[in-house]
Design a protein around this ligand. Structure first.
Ligand code: SAH
Length: 281
């Protein structure tokens, strides 16, 4: 198969790596197959792949999925992709910055789909939130992230890794670290190890919640780490000290609690209670 030696294809196309785009490509056929399996792509499934690079994962996905809609910011990969994806009639590559596109426009002509992405790390978190907050049709995401970030996304309350991003994802989805990928699996090799995280969207999993209030409560709780939750609540929602105490007592949360001890369920209670106080006032 022509794409077996991706390094040769890249060299022949005169491709030069661009650091700012986080171009670290996967080449190992076994690993690619494993990621496709973990993504949930099957013959009935449409996949949106973000950052398709040299197309190795794209090709593996296309062999299993009904259709792959791939996005790539770097147009200079076009001749490379023309070779790696040759002979496949169920792939379409769009050369655009995915983060600058409108999700409702992308989704207009799509059936329910799964996202697969191996992107630069600084883009992955905004991408995850963009899809969780705005997608109407995405079922799941399989994203490659720096291992530390994977641990943060999937953390449990009361652990050092647990933070605002963990609690915000929990509002929309469940999150699991499904595969560790050593740095040596990428070409060129980055200086950190990675992991694949599988995010399954389950809107409403925490019940009927006002999303904006929930996120504001999360932001408040993690906002000023050195301050008490009570202080942070006062500031974020313009509550008096008595009101903040009332809210926390009503929720059964310790006045001195710190953000990282609160579960997503606590944030649901907290944001609901704050809303009641604000409406009463
Ligand atoms: N999925 C491929 C490539 C990973 S490297 C593989 O696993 O081998 C990440 C790719 O994302 C690069 O090709 C980079 O050019 C692309 N990329 C970076 N930022 C992007 C953005 N905002 N929109 C679309 N593609 C992007």
């Amino acid at each position: 198969m022509e794409d077996k030696n991706i390094k040769k294809v890249l060299a022949q196309a005169g491709f030069s790596f661009k650091k700012q785009y986080g171009q670290n490509f996967l080449t190992d056929e076994g690993l690619l197959a494993e990621i496709v399996g973990l993504s949930g792509a099957d013959k009935d499934c449409h996949v949106v792949e973000i950052g398709c690079g040299a197309g190795t994962l794209t090709r593996a996905l296309a062999q299993k999925a009904a259709f792959v809609h791939a996005y790539e910011i770097d147009k200079s990969l076009q001749p490379v992709l023309a070779r790696t994806l040759s002979g496949l009639d169920n792939v379409e590559v769009t050369f655009r910055d995915f983060l600058k596109m409108r999700l409702d426009v992308i989704e207009r002509d799509l059936p329910p789909y799964r996202v697969v992405a191996n992107l630069p790390y600084y883009i992955t978190t905004p991408l995850i939130m963009m899809i969780l907050e705005h997608s109407q049709k995405c079922l799941s995401l399989a994203v490659m992230v720096q291992e530390e970030v994977a641990d943060r996304l999937c953390a449990l309350p009361n652990t050092p890794q647990y933070g605002a991003i963990t609690a915000n994802i929990a509002l929309y989805a469940t999150c699991q670290k499904v595969l560790r990928v050593g740095r040596q699996m990428f070409y060129p090799s980055p200086n950190v190890d990675s992991a694949v995280v599988r995010i399954d969207i389950a809107r409403g999993r925490l019940g009927d919640v006002d999303g904006d209030m929930y996120k504001k409560a999360v932001q408040a709780a993690f906002g000023a780490r050195r301050k008490t939750l009570e202080n942070n609540l006062c500031r974020a929602f313009s509550l008096t000290r008595e009101q903040a105490e009332g809210v926390l007592n009503e929720c059964g949360i310790d006045l001195k609690a710190r953000g990282e001890t609160l579960s997503p369920e606590d944030f649901v209670k907290l944001s609901g209670e704050v809303a009641r106080y604000i409406n009463k006032a």
